[in-house]
Design a protein around this ligand. Structure first.
Ligand SMILES: [Zn+2]
Length: 291
C-alpha cells in the first residue's frame, strides 16, 4: 500500500526527539518534495534536488512517490524537509511544493539571462505554467510573451502584464518579428508537446536558453554542426523539482501576495470524487484534499 500526495502542507502535531528548537508544535510548514540526505556532495553544493541518495532511481525519492505522502491525517517528515509558512493559507501552500517549486527552479536556472532587455516565452499556462508566469513577472523586468491554445488563459496572462498570444502555427514568426528577427532569450516550455517544442526551437536566439518542463513527449533532432535545428550556444535543461532554496523563494512570494495558485478544496474523505473531477477536467487549477 502507498499513501499518495507529493504536494503537502500542514501543522506540526508532534516533534521528534532530535528536532531543533526552531520548530514548535502548531507551526505550519510546506514539505520539500525531494527526500534529500543533506550530507552528499550534491546536497553540500546546494543542489539538494539532485541528492545522490534520493536520485538512485529514475525519479527522485519523494514523499508520496516512494515514501508515504500527504493524503492522510498525519504524516512523518524529517524536519530538514520543511519550510516554515507564515501568512500563507495551508490549502494554497500545498501546491507550491511542486507547482511552485519546479517553475522556480526553471526560472532560477536562467535568471542571468532574464535582464530588462530580454524576451522570455512562457509556453502553456496550466498548473505549472501559470505559476511560472507569475514568478517571472514578480521577479524580473523582462518582456514576457505567454502562449496558450486556450483564449481564456491568454487573457489571464495579458491581465497579469504579459503579452498574451494564442499558441498556433503563426506564433513563432510573430515572436521572431517582435524581437527584430533575433529570437527569444529564454523559452520555458511547460507543455512539451510537439507544437510547443517546435516553437521553442524555432524562436530561441543564438546563445539563448530553453527549459523543457512539460513532459508531453515532443521531440527535435539534434544534428551536430547543423544550426537549422538549434542556433549556436543554446543551453537546454530539463528541470525536475527544485532545491530547498527554490522552495523558500516560492513561499516568500506567496507570503508577499505575488503568487496565487488556483485551488479547489475537497475533504480527505472525498478524495475519490476529487480524482474523478480531475480525470473529467472539472478542476480549475489544483484540487487540494483537506483532512
Ligand atoms: Zn544528498
Amino acid at each position: 500500500m502507498r499513501t499518495l500526495g507529493h504536494e503537502t502542507a500542514g501543522t506540526i502535531a508532534k516533534l521528534g526527539s532530535n528536532v531543533s528548537d526552531s520548530w514548535n508544535v502548531g507551526d505550519q510548514a510546506v514539505v520539500h518534495l525531494v527526500v534529500s540526505c543533506g550530507v552528499c556532495s550534491e546536497c553540500h553544493a546546494g543542489r539538494d534536488h539532485q541528492c545522490e541518495v534520493a536520485n538512485e532511481g529514475p525519479i527522485p525519492m519523494s514523499y508520496g512517490i516512494g515514501q508515504p505522502g500527504g493524503t492522510a491525517d498525519y504524516m512523518a517528515v524529517n524536519a530538514r524537509h520543511l519550510i516554515k509558512l507564515e501568512d500563507v493559507d495551508l490549502a494554497e501552500a500545498a501546491p507550491l511544493a511542486d507547482a511552485g517549486l519546479t517553475p522556480m527552479q526553471a526560472v532560477n536556472s536562467v535568471r542571468d539571462r532574464l535582464t530588462p532587455e530580454a524576451t522570455v516565452v512562457v509556453s502553456g499556462l496550466g498548473g505549472l505554467g501559470h505559476v511560472g508566469l507569475q514568478i517571472i513577472l514578480a521577479t524580473t523586468g523582462s518582456r514576457v510573451v505567454a502562449l496558450d491554445t486556450d483564449q481564456e488563459k491568454v487573457d489571464y496572462a495579458t491581465q497579469k502584464g504579459a503579452i498574451g498570444m494564442v499558441s498556433d502555427e503563426s506564433a513563432a514568426e510573430k515572436i521572431r518579428e517582435m524581437t527584430g528577427g533575433i529570437g527569444a532569450d529564454v523559452v520555458l516550455d511547460f507543455v512539451g508537446v510537439q507544437p510547443t517544442v517546435d516553437i521553442a526551437t524555432q524562436v530561441i536566439r543564438n546563445g539563448g536558453a530553453i527549459r523543457f518542463v512539460g513532459l508531453g513527449r515532443g521531440e527535435f533532432p539534434y544534428i551536430a554542426g547543423d544550426t537549422k535545428v538549434l542556433p549556436w550556444n543554446v543551453n537546454i535543461q530539463l528541470p525536475y523539482t527544485g532545491t530547498l532554496s527554490d522552495l523558500r523563494q516560492v513561499v516568500a512570494l506567496a507570503a508577499q501576495d505575488k503568487l496565487h495558485v488556483e485551488v479547489e478544496r475537497y475533504s480527505l474523505d472525498d478524495a475519490v470524487t476529487a480524482f474523478e473531477d480531475l480525470a473529467n477536467g472539472r478542476i480549475q487549477g489544483r484540487a487540494v484534499l483537506v483532512p
